[in-house]
Design a protein around this ligand. Sequence first.
Ligand SMILES: NC(=O)c1ccc[n+]([C@@H]2O[C@H](COP(=O)([O-])OP(=O)(O)OC[C@H]3O[C@@H](n4cnc5c(N)ncnc54)[C@H](OP(=O)(O)O)[C@@H]3O)[C@@H](O)[C@H]2O)c1
Length: 332
Amino acid sequence: MINDKRYSDMIYKRCGKSGVKLPAVSLGLWHNFGTESDSQNRRDLLTTAFNNGITHFDLANNYGPVPGSAEENFGKVLHSDLKGYRDELIISTKAGYLMWDGPYGEWGSRKYLTTSLDQSLKRMNLDYVDIFYSHRFDPETPLEETMGALASAVRQGKALYVGISNYDAEQTRRASEIMKAEGVPLLIHQARYHMLNRTIEEELLPTAKDEGMGVICFCPLAQGLLTSKYLNSIPKDSRAAGKSVFLKPEQITQELVTSLNQLNQIASQRGQTLAQMALSWVLRNEEVTSVLIGASRPEQIIENVKAADKSQFGLEELIEINKILDQMPFIR
Ligand SMILES: NC(=O)c1ccc[n+]([C@@H]2O[C@H](COP(=O)([O-])OP(=O)(O)OC[C@H]3O[C@@H](n4cnc5c(N)ncnc54)[C@H](OP(=O)(O)O)[C@@H]3O)[C@@H](O)[C@H]2O)c1
């Protein structure tokens, strides 16, 4: 059942200087949509998100495991439970990481980006995606070629907008100049940003603003660290306790847990959970269009969307938060 009131509580923010708006909270399908994931849970995650105002779903060619399976599984739900709602959705995918053998299966050549996008469209059973990204900067391919392939995707109607991900500030500026000359400005930058990794604040955020691009921030919860999940222990059903190579139990030290509990206290004073405060904290930046969360269960989405309209922080609060963050380790 689709909720008639799904647009009433979410905030939609203009993406850079474009005409399109994104929900303040978007859902990514990096985890929990692969071959071994539970199909009913996938349906529940996507319908819960849509019913709570999340109109943007983010994929990549390699999401799974196995690579490609997240797109396939997403396509199934889109054409069953969300049938008839394609025009209400912003669906993104990316190409950049290893997808197939041989010299054309990764990085940023025209050959790879073009064929990968065709494969993604087939897997999701779509005519077009809303956003197609270059997933990483390729130091060996002329940037003009990578950007030219993105511009062609738009001209061919296979993507409505294009973006870049994991490019540094200088690479972003150059990419943006090339795309403006192509007449296909970059819509968005997808960058890693959370309380324990503030790398983009100094250069990338101002650059994106100067170039008129929106910014969508991935791993805003540091893969779940910035939630109530690890305040006491490492639950068996958490990402850290699972097979993830990206979040490991040894990262969750006693010192980290102590600081997380201090942050949690500030969150409580704000009337938020730690996850909600961590998301609001990312959204406090005017350059940030959306936070790109992951979720393993629908209840997490319901909790997280409530962060959308609480992105104001008092100066005192920010000082208190900074004092704690200064003591905490950098987490990628
Ligand atoms: N462009 C890139 O290079 C790139 C790289 C990485 C990710 N991304 C994008 O960013 C998206 C999000 O990444 P992410 O999944 O690492 O983001 P995240 O939001 O930092 O972490 C999501 C995980 O945190 C836990 N969680 C979420 N909400 C919770 C809550 N309220 N309470 C307790 N636990 C909660 C869940 O893990 P449990 O399993 O522990 O429950 C969930 O799967 C990806 O799906 C992808 O679309 C892009």
